[in-house]
Design a protein. Structure first.
Length: 309
C-alpha cells in the first residue's frame, strides 16, 4: 500500500464506491512539517513481521531478538499477531540491525522495514526482502561488478555488490544483495554464455530461513505444499527434492544439478541422449531381466512335453 500508483488506484476505487458522498473537499493536507521529536522517534523505529508465521510467544520472541542483536535496550511492541515495532536508543543500533539482515526467529523470516512518517502502521508492505546471493564457480575473469550485476538483476532489485577474496589465495567470489519477491520460489541457478561455451552457475543464499524443499517458497513446509505434494516429491523416502540445503551459503555442498552438469559422462549414448552412470545401471538391470525371461521361454519351448492320459 506504500506504492504511489496503488495508492491512487485505491483512492479511485473509494470514490467510485462512495459516489456523491465523496468530494475533493474531503481531502485534508497535513503538509510536510513533522515535529522534531516525532521525526526522531520515527528514525529510531523498525517494523517487523514474521513472514507467514503470526502465532508466537511475544515475550520469548522479544528476548530472543534482543540476544541475537546484542541490544538489551530495544523496546519491542506487538501491533498485531506476528507484527511488531522496535524502538532503538540510537541510530547506530538501528543501522547495525538493518545492515546485518536477514534475521529469523525459530527459522522463520523476520521481514524488517524502516519507519516512514507518512505511512500508517497497518500499511507497510512485507512482500519483498533483501538477501545476499553468492554466484558460485564463475570463471575468475568474470568475477567483477558488471557480471555480478547482470546476474543479480535477473533475480530482483540490486542494493549492493561485493567482490571478496576466497581463503588465502587469489581466487575471488562475487555476491549481491538482492531484493526478492517472497511470493515467488527461490531461484537456484542460471546458465551463462562465455564465448562459445555454456556453464552452469549455482546460487547460494546467506542466512536463508526455513523454505519448502518441494517448491522453494520461503516460510512454507514441504509437508503441506499446495503446488507439489510431499508424496509426489518422495521426500518421505529421502528422495532428491527440487530444492535442498545446498541453497545455503553456509553449506559447502553443490547442488545435484551442478553435479550432473560437471560430473562424469559415461560413453553409453542412445541416439542424442547421454546416459549417466545411474541410468546405465538401470538399463543393465533391465537387459539382464529380459535375457532371463527369453532363456526361460526357450527352455519351455524345447523341453519334452508331458502328455495327459
Amino acid at each position: 500500500m506504500a506504492n504511489i500508483e496503488e495508492n491512487h488506484l485505491r483512492l479511485a476505487a473509494l470514490c467510485g464506491r462512495m459516489g456523491d458522498l465523496w468530494s475533493e473537499e474531503d481531502i485534508t493536507d497535513l503538509g510536510d512539517n513533522i515535529p522534531e521529536e516525532e521525526q526522531k522517534q520515527n528514525e529510531l523505529t523498525l517494523y517487523g513481521k514474521l513472514y507467514l508465521k503470526p502465532n508466537v510467544n511475544f515475550q520469548v520472541f522479544c528476548s530472543t531478538m534482543k540476544r541475537a542483536w546484542k541490544i538489551d535496550t530495544v523496546k519491542c511492541e506487538q501491533i498485531a499477531p506476528g507484527y511488531f515495532s522496535f524502538m532503538f536508543q540510537s541510530s547506530e543500533e538501528r543501522r547495525r540491525v538493518i545492515e546485518t539482515r536477514p534475521w529469523s526467529f525459530a527459522s522463520n523470516l523476520l521481514v524488517l522495514k524502516e519507519g516512514d512518517p507518512n505511512i500508517p502502521e497497518h500499511c507497510y508492505e512485507f512482500t519483498h526482502y533483501a538477501f545476499w546471493v553468492h554466484f558460485i564457480r564463475l570463471p575468475q575473469a568474470r568475477v567483477n561488478e558488471e557480471s555480478i550485476c547482470l546476474l543479480a538483476l535477473r533475480m530482483g532489485r540490486v542494493e549492493e555488490i561485493k567482490i571478496e577474496a576466497r581463503g588465502n589465495n587469489s581466487a575471488k567470489i562475487g555476491k549481491a544483495r538482492v531484493v526478492l519477491n517472497l511470493a515467488k520460489p527461490l531461484k537456484t541457478r542460471t546458465v551463462i554464455n562465455c564465448g562459445d561455451k555454456k556453464w552452469w552457475i549455482n546460487y547460494k543464499y546467506e542466512r536463508l530461513p526455513h523454505y519448502c524443499y518441494s517448491y522453494g517458497w520461503i516460510g512454507h513446509y514441504a509437508n503441506y505444499c499446495t503446488e507439489i505434494s510431499y508424496e509426489e516429491m518422495g521426500l518421505a523416502q529421502d528422495l532428491l527434492g527440487r530444492f535442498g540445503s545446498w541453497l545455503k551459503a553456509e553449506v559447502r555442498e553443490e547442488s545435484p544439478y551442478w553435479k550432473t552438469f560437471y560430473g562424469k559422462i559415461e560413453s553409453l549414448v542412445l541416439g542424442e541422449e547421454v546416459v549417466m552412470e545411474t541410468q546405465r545401471e538401470e538399463i543393465e538391470s533391465t537387459m539382464k531381466t529380459i535375457v532371463e525371461l527369453i532363456t526361460r521361454w526357450h527352455l519351455s519351448l524345447f523341453s519334452p512335453k508331458k502328455h495327459n492320459r
